[in-house]
Design a protein around this ligand. Structure first.
Ligand code: NAD
Length: 296
C-alpha cells in the first residue's frame, strides 16, 4: 500500500481562507475586527521567527495584530501587568504568550493569568479542565489542527483505535482528549511505555509527538493506518540540514493508508488554528454564532 499524503499546507491555506471570509463578514455586518496580541519575552531566535510569521498571517486574514516584545530581563510583575491590560482591552480577543519564557518567569502563573476566554493557545487550567470534561473551551492549536485533518480524511472517528505517542500538556494530552471526544479508543504512550512497537501496531490512528527524529519505523504501523506526525526535528544528513518528523516517512508511507509529511503536515495547521481560535474567541465575546468547522 502506498499512503495518501495528507497535505497540511493546502489544508491550512483552506482554513485560513475560511477564517478570512468570516473576518470580512464580521467587519461588514457587525463592524468588529478580531484582534490577536502576541507577547514575546526575550530574543530566542526560533520564537522570534514564530512570532513574526504569526503576526504576518494574522494581518493576512484581516485581523489586527498587536505585538509586544519585552526585554529578556522583564520582571514577572511587569509581564502580569501587561497581560492584565490585554485582558481588559476590548480590541484584543486572543492573547498568546510565546513559550518558552526566560527561566526567572513562572510559566504556569503567567499562562493562568490570561483571561481563559482570550487564551487562544488553550493552555490555561480552566480550558484544560473544560476540554477534559467535554465542555466548550479554547483548544490547543496543534492538536486541533491534527483533529481537523483526521476528521477531514475519515469523516467519523468513532470506535477507531488511536495511539498518541507523547504525553506533553501542549500536544499529547489534549490530543488524547480530543480523540476521546470523537469516540476513539485512546492509548497514550510515553517514554516509559513497555513494548511500544506492539502498542503502535494495533492503532488505526497514530499521532506521534515525541521530538525524536524518525523513531517510529514503518514496521510499527498497521497496514492502512492513518499517521499524523507532529514531530519537528532538525538533523544533518548528507552534509545538509533537514527537517524530519518522529516517524520514518519513507517506510511508514509504504504501510499507512494516509500520512502527514514533515515539513508540510501538522506545522502549517498550527498557525491556521491559532487564527481560527482568535476568530472563535471574538465571536464568543460578541455573543455571535461560532464559525462552523473551525472548532472542536
Ligand atoms: P515534549 O518534549 O514536551 O514531550 C515529548 C513526549 O514524548 C514526552 O511526553 C515523553 O514521555 C515522550 N517520549 C520521549 N521519549 C520517548 C520514547 N522513546 N518513546 C515514547 N515516548 C517518548 O514535546 P512536545 O512539546 O509535545 O513536542 C513533541 C514534538 O512535536 C517535538 O518535535 C516538537 O518540536 C513538535 N511540535 C510540533 C508542533 C507543530 O506545530 N507541528 C507543535 C508543538 C510541538
Amino acid at each position: 500500500m502506498v499512503a495518501q499524503v495528507i497535505d497540511g499546507k493546502a489544508f491550512a491555506a483552506k482554513v485560513r481562507a475560511q477564517v478570512a471570509d468570516q473576518v470580512a463578514k464580521l467587519k461588514e455586518e457587525n463592524g468588529i475586527t478580531p484582534g490577536l496580541a502576541v507577547v514575546l519575552v526575550g530574543e530566542d531566535p526560533a520564537s522570534q521567527v514564530y512570532v513574526r510569521s504569526k503576526g504576518k498571517m494574522t494581518v493576512e486574514v484581516g485581523m489586527n495584530s498587536y505585538e509586544h516584545k519585552l526585554d529578556a530581563e522583564t520582571s514577572e510583575e511587569d509581564l502580569l501587568a501587561l497581560i492584565d491590560k490585554l485582558n481588559n482591552d476590548p480590541a484584543v480577543h486572543g492573547i498568546l504568550v510565546q513559550l518558552p519564557l526566560p527561566k526567572h518567569l513562572n510559566e504556569d502563573l503567567v499562562i493562568n493569568s490570561i483571561d481563559p476566554a482570550k487564551d487562544v493557545d488553550g493552555f490555561h487550567i480552566s480550558n484544560v479542565g473544560l476540554l477534559g470534561t467535554g465542555q466548550k473551551s479554547m483548544v490547543p492549536c496543534t492538536p486541533l489542527g491534527c483533529l481537523m485533518m483526521l476528521r477531514d480524511y475519515h469523516g467519523s472517528l468513532s470506535g477507531m483505535d488511536a495511539v498518541v505517542i507523547g504525553r506533553s500538556n501542549i500536544v499529547g494530552k489534549p490530543m488524547a482528549q480530543l480523540l476521546l471526544g470523537d469516540s476513539c479508543t485512546v492509548t497514550i504512550a510515553h517514554s516509559r511505555t513497555k513494548n511500544l512497537p506492539d502498542v503502535v501496531r494495533r492503532a488505526d490512528i497514530v499521532v506521534a509527538a515525541v521530538g525524536r527524529p524518525e523513531m517510529v519505523p514503518g514496521d510499527w504501523i498497521k497496514e492502512g493506518a492513518t499517521v499524523i506526525d507532529v514531530g519537528i526535528n532538525r538533523i544533518e544528513r548528507d552534509g545538509k540540514n533537514k527537517l524530519v518528523g518522529d516517524v520514518d516517512y519513507a517506510s511508514a508511507a509504504e504501510r499507512a493508508g494516509a500520512i502527514t509529511p514533515v515539513p508540510g503536515g501538522v506545522g502549517p495547521m498550527t498557525i491556521a488554528c491559532l487564527l481560527a481560535n482568535t476568530l472563535t474567541a471574538c465571536c464568543r465575546a460578541n455573543g455571535l454564532p461560532e464559525p462552523e468547522g473551525l472548532t472542536a
